[in-house]
Write a protein that binds this ligand. Structure first.
Ligand SMILES: NC(=O)c1ccc[n+]([C@@H]2O[C@H](COP(=O)([O-])OP(=O)(O)OC[C@H]3O[C@@H](n4cnc5c(N)ncnc54)[C@H](OP(=O)(O)O)[C@@H]3O)[C@@H](O)[C@H]2O)c1
Length: 315
């Protein structure tokens, strides 16, 4: 099969033996696989897949959509040919992938392959952060830092359908109107966004440099959820101010969760998020798609920044 391959800290097209599914796994013919923030970091030699996941560390890709070729689950949920999508520990950017069958979700009819390939990682991350960790509720004030990217555009839409008042902090000016169309009550430059507090929930996708302003902008009993650190993983945490706010700082990654934890999250998405995709209330904004042969260009486009939503590879 053809794959995206990491060699000497560069990603380029390559070839591998076709994988074979083990017991409990499904073999997927990948139609689309999104690029995520962790992928260029993995190419650069950091943030490898967890060894126990058993996926090749030199094939990136943490989400995919495609057709089931074969399932070796004891009681398969999906027949051969079914349209499925999933978060995976790695090796999604390839023509074929094997995956724990429990992590698969059905693809709603409204999503084409490119949109489906860009859905799982960012919507799972945003849903887990806003609902699972911050317990975001209707009427609460939500700030999303880094709202124009994949996770951010998912979080804006989820915050909106949950009934929150959504402030989107978007660095690239040209993307602000589109982020408001997705459901943000206001999309602002980062400095202006902080001034619209206080916020009950702050979703941090940019990282350490925002920590001081986040704590200042937090409402009493508010929660900061740290999910991305692309601008730096160190910052100053004013504990005195955090105490007076009775505030909470949480942080999480999806990649190192167990297959069981990922399967539970997939069931939660099936119950609470996919129905909203199926009726058109949630969508997957696509900035660009690239064939596997142009995987290097896809990564360059992603790391250049300024994109709205997802960049997706089509094997
Ligand atoms: N913890 C987890 O499980 C998990 C899961 C998925 C993703 N993540 C992380 O979450 C972050 C967001 O992921 P993504 O897929 O949405 O990435 P993305 O599509 O690249 O979006 C990142 C957003 O952050 C903005 N940004 C980056 N640096 C900034 C800075 N210094 N100041 C202001 N804005 C800045 C970008 O703005 P411009 O494009 O306008 O420059 C962009 O809108 C990444 O760090 C990713 O690694 C974590």
């Amino acid at each position: 099969m053809r794959v995206a391959e990491i060699k000497d800290k560069v990603v380029a097209p390559g070839t591998r033996e076709d994988p074979a599914p083990g017991l409990g796994q499904a073999l997927i013919r990948v139609q689309a696989a999104g690029v995520n923030g962790a992928d260029p970091v993995q190419v650069a030699g950091f943030y490898p897949p967890p060894p126990e996941a058993g996926v090749a560390a030199d094939i990136p890709g943490m989400e995919l959509a495609g057709e089931v070729v074969e399932s070796r689950a004891p009681v398969p949920r999906f027949e051969p040919g079914a349209r499925v999508m999933a978060i995976v520990a790695g090796a999604a950017q390839a023509e074929l992938a094997v995956i724990d069958e429990r992590q698969l979700m059905p693809v709603p009819d409204l999503l084409d392959w490119t949109q489906a390939g860009g859905f799982p990682e960012v919507f799972a991350t945003a849903y887990d952060a806003l609902v699972g960790q911050a317990n975001l509720r209707s009427g609460q004030r939500l700030l999303i830092n880094g709202a124009g990217g994949g996770v951010g555009t998912a979080a804006v839409q989820l915050g909106h359908v949950l009934g929150a008042d959504v402030t989107a902090s978007v660095r690239t000016e040209k993307n602000r109107a589109a982020v408001e169309e997705l459901g943000a009550d206001r999309a602002l430059a980062p400095d202006e966004a902080f001034a619209h507090g206080p916020f009950d929930v702050i979703l941090e996708l940019v990282g350490g440099p925002n920590l001081v302003e986040n704590v200042k902008a937090l409402a009493p009993w508010g929660t900061i959820v740290v999910i991305g650190v692309s601008a730096g993983f160190e910052g100053t945490l004013d504990l005195r101010r955090l105490m007076t706010k009775r505030g909470t700082v949480r942080a999480s990654t999806l990649r190192y969760r167990t297959p069981e934890e990922k399967a539970i999250l997939a069931r939660e998405l099936e119950a609470s998020v996919l129905p909203l995709v199926a009726d058109g209330r949630l969508r997957v904004p696509i900035e660009a798609e690239f064939p596997l042969d142009e995987v290097g260009a896809a990564y360059q486009r992603f790391t250049a920044g300024g994109h709205l939503g997802k960049i997706v590879i089509r094997p």
